[in-house]
Design a protein. Sequence first.
Length: 114
Amino acid sequence: MKKATPQLISVAIEIMSKLMDVYRRTGSPVTVRQLSESTVSISYVEQVIGRLRESGVVTSQRGPGGGYVPQSSTVTVGQVVRALKPQGFLNTVPVLLALEAVSISSLSDEVDHG
């Protein structure tokens, strides 16, 4: 996957926000197809969600009715940014600590999920 650009980080936060919103409303795992609706391609979502899964931000459930679920109800922007392993100022302690104070759930009203 590409390096963690500001655009990639923004898309990852939007994907995570959508995942948490859909999961909160349905209680069911969220598919890559659902996450790609009105955002980005399925392959791009798969790449982003793969990084989030590898870092433990989301877990996957296989089989019929499978998909992805958040590891907790309090995922933060900092966790998403850390999962993408950015370089530069986004990987500094003060910035990451500040981003840990912002929950993805608090963004759900601000992000358009289509």
